[in-house]
Design a protein around this ligand. Structure first.
Ligand SMILES: [Zn+2]
Length: 355
């Protein structure tokens, strides 16, 4: 998510808060649940160029959010318990689950102690290539590249373009333009282009996965705590929608099998990487025998999700929106109701919960 869309989202959420919508809607949201989607938890560090900052929240914000949901009467529960409540229609008390995608080390370092202090559960979805230390975290590779060079030349849609990267504002513009274009390409092409650019500029990103993602030993350390659920998030961290049937099946099945082998118990939960997913992918998750599968579609859990455990929506806790009143408005469900209303009348394209 770029700076501009974050600003629009901030303005909308603030407007809803100051209009008292979150308080009015608090009653309506009771009896439902929510699954929060997060990525990184890191102490705040002032940096002029940090294009992936929206994927980070601070440990203090995480702590405040846990306290806020508890104060507002939500139970913080595990994905297994959420499944039971949905399946049994036990929705007398609202609940939230906290989930982290990709399996970054900062979750172990900075999120785990917060949940431990509160004695509340959370889940981490592992992309097995990341844990093996050889996956492609290409959006971070691109960030490293733009941070460390003064100019980038790149053929975009057949036209050679020059991006100045001399000052933070220029770096931000270059990152957004290149990232936006790469996101439109097939995943493997985007990875290859970033890898080529890094090679060309002699930016070594070979250690990025090992630096950012938890190793299997660290994942096993987390998994030993009954507060922690370890789920899977594909092998290669690829959008599943564009894959062939066999590849899609393998990305789900083999990542779950690998996680299960590593932690010594079945992996029952899965998170679809961002990208279009639909009936075929949900059917594959069902076939894999998963208890739940979550998507990047934004929304609250409703009773009808009892029959859609393989397609559960989430609410992204965006690093650009680290204010309690944003969380209150998101939990009201009103932004998602407005968004789907806007989509029905053709004002807005479907939005994704994660970047
Ligand atoms: Zn992911």
């Amino acid at each position: 998510m770029g700076g501009r869309s974050s600003s629009i989202q901030k303005a909308s959420l603030s407007a809803l808060h100051y209009a008292g919508i979150d308080s009015l809607a608090a009653g309506l949201s009771r009896g439902t649940g929510a699954i929060f989607a997060l990525h990184h938890v890191l102490p705040a560090t002032p940096m002029a160029f940090a294009p992936n900052r929206h994927l980070e929240v601070t440990p203090e914000f995480l702590d405040r959010t846990i306290r806020l949901v508890i104060e507002r009467g939500y139970d913080v529960i595990s994905l297994d318990d959420a499944r039971v409540r949905l399946a049994e229609g036990d929705l007398a008390r609202p609940f939230v689950c906290f989930t982290f995608d990709d399996g970054y080390r900062d979750v172990l370092q900075h999120a785990y102690p917060v949940f431990k202090r509160h004695q509340r559960p959370f889940a981490v979805y592992i992309a097995s290539d990341f844990a093996d230390g050889h996956g492609s975290i290409w959006w971070r590779a691109l960030e490293n590249l733009v941070r460390n060079v003064d100019t980038i030349e790149l053929k975009i849609d057949g036209t050679l373009q020059h991006f100045s990267c001399e000052r933070p504002a220029a770096k931000a513009r270059a990152y957004v333009a290149i990232h936006r274009w790469l996101r439109r390409l097939p995943e493997d092409d985007a990875r290859e282009i970033v890898a080529d650019l890094c090679r060309h500029h002699e930016i070594d990103v070979s250690g990025l996965c090992g630096e950012l993602a938890m190793s299997w030993a660290e994942i096993r350390e987390l998994a030993r705590d009954p507060l922690v659920t370890i789920g899977a998030h594909t092998r290669r961290h690829v959008p599943i929608g564009p894959l062939s049937y066999a590849e899609a099946r393998a990305e789900i099945g083999e990542s779950c099998a690998r996680v299960g082998r590593e932690i010594g118990r079945p992996c029952r939960h899965f998170s679809f990487p961002e990208g279009g997913v639909g009936p075929r992918e949900f059917e594959l998750a069902r076939e894999a025998g998963l208890a739940t599968a979550v998507t990047s579609h934004s929304g609250l859990l409703k009773p009808h999700h009892a029959s859609a455990m393989d397609a559960l929506p989430r609410i992204a806790l965006n690093g650009d929106l680290q204010k309690p009143h944003y969380v209150k408005v998101l939990l009201s469900g009103v932004p998602f109701a407005l968004d789907s209303g806007a989509r029905r009348v053709g004002l807005r394209r479907p939005s994704a919960a994660t970047a």
